[in-house]
Design a binder for this molecule. Structure first.
Ligand SMILES: [Zn+2]
Length: 174
């Protein structure tokens, strides 16, 4: 099985596109779980009669606690060698640096703004320059600041940029 992260394979032309194939494995299966996900993906491609996978990707997501799930996927295709020479298919695992596919630990958690109650209104205070922003809470208990969007989808809760100093901070829900 030829595996390429790109759209093409050098020396080959894609003669048939099969479908997107997946392979799942999680870290409770052991340290080699990325390799297991890759193997399952290639097995699914083989079942379709494919001999190659292009647009290969692997994503790692936390499932629960310290358990990570690896999803390997790509387009299963039939690739024919351009020069007509049939290459002997390697029996070894494809050389892909699976260690590169690791979710990076978060290191840049935003500072949290303090909430102040002033005359029955809630304000959040920028942790750097103390500028106050009026906070509204919806029925689900989520906080909003009028005219502000969440600027960081990776961090839980609402993150905003301070208009005055540009600091990104989290607006706590309490
Ligand atoms: Zn500020």
């Amino acid at each position: 099985m030829i595996i390429s992260a790109g759209q093409n394979i050098e020396g080959y032309k894609i003669s048939e596109y099969k479908e997107i194939v997946f392979g799942f494995a999680n870290s409770s299966e052991g340290a080699g779980y990325r390799q297991v996900a890759l193997k399952k993906m290639t097995e699914n491609a083989s079942k379709l009669g494919a001999n190659a996978i292009i647009n290969f990707k692997m994503e790692i997501y936390p499932v629960s606690g310290s358990v990570q799930e690896a999803t390997a996927y790509g387009n299963a295709v039939i690739a024919d060698s351009i020069d007509g020479i049939t290459r002997v298919e390697s029996q070894t695992q494809p050389k892909i640096n699976l260690e590169a596919y690791t979710r990076k630990p978060k290191t840049d958690d935003s500072p949290i703004g303090q909430i102040h109650d002033i005359n029955g209104y809630k304000f959040v205070v920028c942790p750097k320059c103390n500028t106050k922003y009026k906070v509204e809470t919806d029925e689900q208990g989520h906080v909003h600041i009028k005219g502000f969007d969440d600027v960081d989808d990776d961090e839980p809760g609402l993150q905003v940029f301070c208009l005055r100093c540009g600091t990104k901070f989290t607006v706590p829900e309490r």
